[in-house]
Design a protein around this ligand. Structure first.
Ligand SMILES: [Zn+2]
Length: 496
C-alpha cells in the first residue's frame, strides 16, 4: 500500500517535473527556433538583351552596343526568427520609385516579407542600362517593364536560400580613393552657369589644377562599412555587403557595373569564398552600395592629370584598394549567432523647385532658336537645361519621398532616394542613437541630388534645377530630421 502511494506520488512528481521541464524548455525551443538567425544571398543577372541599349549618366543619351561586365541585383536576406529584411543592390545609375514599389510588391507576394522591409538601391554606375529618363537619356520601356519581375526573383531566391548563419559588421577606412569634387571659385573668376547666371561660387569637376578655383570643399567620408554573414554550420562566407561614399569610377564604353562589381569579385576572391571547398553550396555574394557621394568622386583635381590609362584600369585600382580596407574590417568582426532586426519607413512631403512662368518662357524661346546636333540631341548646356526646365513643368508642386531605417543589432542603416551630399551622411553618423551607422543613397526611388542648404547657396552643378536636382533647398535638413526621428523611434522600439 505505502509503496504504491509512494509510487503514485513519485509518478505525479516526475510528470510534474516533466511538465515543468517542458515549460522551461518549450520557450527556449520556441525561443531558439524563434531566435535562429538565418541569411541567404543571391546575385540575380539583369543585363539587357536588346542592343543598342540606352545608358544613363551623361548629358546626352548614350548607347551601349555590348556588355563588358554584366549587371546584377545583389540580394541579401536576413531573418532573426521573427523579422526578415532584404538588401537589393542593383547595378544601375538610378531606379525610379515605381520600379522599386512594384518590385517590393511582387517580392512581398512571393516571400511574405513585408514590402517596407525590403531596401532596393542603385549603385550609380554610369555604364548600365537606363532605368529612368535623365537629361537626354531615355530608357528602353521593355527593359524597365521587365525589371521588377527579375529583381523580385532575385529577392525570392535569396529568401529561399536562408540558412542558419552568423552575422557581424565593422568599418574600415580608405581615404585614398575619395575626393570632394566641388571647388571654391576664386573671387573675380566667376563662370557662367547654364541659366546665364554668374553667381555660382562652387564649381564641380573644375579640371586639373584649374587656376580659377582656390580649394576643394574638402570633406569626404573614407569609411568602408562592412556587413558580413557566414554559415553557422561550416563558417563559409555567405555574403559581404559594403558601403563606401564614392560616386562611381567609370571607364567602359560598354555595359559595365563599374567598380561596385569589381569590388564584389575582389572581396570574394580575398575571402576565398568560392574556392572548391564549397562547390555545391550557394555562391558567395559580395556587394558595394553607394554611401553619401553626391559631391564625391575618384578624381584628384588638386594634382596633375594622371598618365594614360587602359580602359577599366582605374576601376580595378579602386576595387582592390577598397577591398583591402574591407578585408581589414572583416578581420576584426565579432560574428554573432543572433541579433535583432527591425525596420521603420516613412514618407516625407517635399516641395519641388518649379520654374516660374518667365523662366519657362525663356527656356521655350531658347529651345526654339537652338538647333539640335546631328544625333538629334542638344549639345549646349543652356539648351540642355532649358529642356529640363520645360520638362519640370509637368512635375507636381510637391513629391512624397520614401525614407527607411533599418536596425541590425546596434548597427543602423538609413536609405535615402537621392544623391546625398557627404555632409548629410557624416551628420547622420554623428546623430544616430546606434553604435555604428551607414547611409545608402539612391535607395527606393530617385529624387535627384540632395545638397545641404549651405551648398545650395554656393551653387554649382548639383544645385542646378533639373530632373536630377529639383527638391526644395531645405530638403536635406528636413530629411535628416525625419531620419533621426525614425532612428530614435527604432532604437526605443523593442525588436519584435
Ligand atoms: Zn550622380
Amino acid at each position: 500500500m505505502l509503496c504504491e502511494e509512494i509510487m503514485k506520488i513519485s509518478t505525479c512528481l516526475c510528470s510534474l517535473g516533466c511538465a515543468l521541464l517542458s515549460l522551461i524548455l518549450a520557450p527556449t525551443a520556441a525561443w531558439s527556433a524563434d531566435r535562429e538567425f538565418r541569411a541567404g544571398a543571391f546575385a540575380q543577372p539583369i543585363s539587357p538583351t536588346k542592343f543598342p541599349a540606352p545608358v544613363n549618366g551623361n548629358m546626352k543619351g548614350a548607347f551601349a552596343t555590348s556588355i563588358h561586365d554584366p549587371m546584377h541585383a545583389r540580394c541579401l536576406a536576413l531573418h532573426d526568427g521573427k523579422t526578415e529584411i532584404v538588401f537589393c543592390i542593383v547595378d544601375a545609375c538610378a531606379i525610379p520609385r515605381d520600379v522599386c514599389d512594384r518590385t517590393r510588391e511582387l517580392a512581398s507576394q512571393q516571400t511574405g516579407i513585408p514590402a517596407d522591409n525590403i531596401l532596393i538601391s542603385a549603385t550609380h554606375t554610369h555604364s548600365a542600362a537606363a532605368l529612368t529618363p535623365l537629361f537626354q537619356s531615355a530608357p528602353d520601356p521593355d527593359f524597365v517593364d521587365a525589371l521588377p519581375e527579375r529583381l523580385a526573383a532575385g529577392i525570392a531566391r535569396a529568401h529561399a536560400q536562408l540558412e542558419p548563419a552568423e552575422i557581424g559588421w565593422g568599418q574600415g577606412s580608405d581615404p585614398s580613393q575619395v575626393f570632394n569634387r566641388r571647388w571654391l571659385v576664386k573671387p573675380g573668376e566667376a563662370y557662367e552657369n547654364p541659366f546665364g547666371g554668374k553667381t555660382d561660387r562652387a564649381r564641380m569637376n573644375p579640371g586639373y589644377q584649374n587656376p580659377t578655383v582656390s580649394r576643394s570643399f574638402g570633406r569626404v567620408d573614407p569609411a568602408v562599412a562592412v556587413l558580413a554573414v557566414r554559415s553557422a554550420a561550416d563558417k563559409r562566407p555567405l555574403a559581404l555587403f559594403a558601403n563606401y561614399s564614392l560616386h562611381y569610377v567609370g571607364g567602359w564604353p560598354a555595359i559595365s557595373a563599374d567598380y561596385f562589381a569589381a569590388f564584389a569579385a575582389e572581396i570574394g576572391q580575398r575571402l576565398h569564398a568560392d574556392d572548391g571547398r564549397y562547390a555545391n553550396k550557394p555562391a558567395f555574394v559580395g556587394a558595394m552600395s553607394n554611401g553619401t557621394s553626391g559631391d564625391i568622386n575618384n578624381v584628384n583635381f588638386g594634382g596633375p592629370p594622371p598618365g594614360p590609362r587602359q580602359p577599366g584600369e582605374q576601376i580595378q585600382v579602386v576595387a582592390r584598394s577598397v577591398a583591402e580596407a574591407a578585408l581589414q574590417a572583416y578581420g576584426k568582426i565579432q560574428f554573432k549567432s543572433h541579433v535583432p532586426l527591425d525596420v521603420l519607413a516613412g514618407e516625407l512631403e517635399l516641395e519641388v523647385r518649379k520654374p516660374s512662368a518667365d523662366e519657362l518662357q525663356q527656356a521655350r524661346d531658347l529651345l526654339e532658336k537652338t538647333p539640335k546636333d546631328s544625333d538629334g540631341q542638344y549639345g549646349s548646356m543652356p539648351a540642355i537645361y532649358a529642356r529640363e526646365t520645360v520638362l519640370l513643368e509637368a512635375y507636381p508642386e510637391r513629391v512624397s519621398v520614401k525614407l527607411q531605417v533599418l536596425r541590425i543589432g546596434d548597427l543602423s542603416v538609413a536609405a535615402i532616394p537621392s544623391e546625398v551630399f557627404v555632409d548629410v551622411g557624416l551628420d547622420l553618423k554623428k546623430r544616430t542613437p546606434f553604435a555604428q551607422h551607414f547611409t545608402i543613397s539612391l535607395a527606393n526611388g530617385y529624387n535627384g541630388y540632395l545638397p545641404t542648404a549651405e551648398h545650395h547657396q554656393y551653387g554649382g552643378y548639383e544645385t542646378w534645377r533639373a530632373r536630377s536636382s529639383y527638391l526644395e533647398v531645405d530638403a536635406a535638413a528636413k530629411i535628416t530630421l525625419r531620419l533621426i526621428e525614425l532612428l530614435n523611434a527604432l532604437e526605443k522600439r523593442k525588436p519584435q
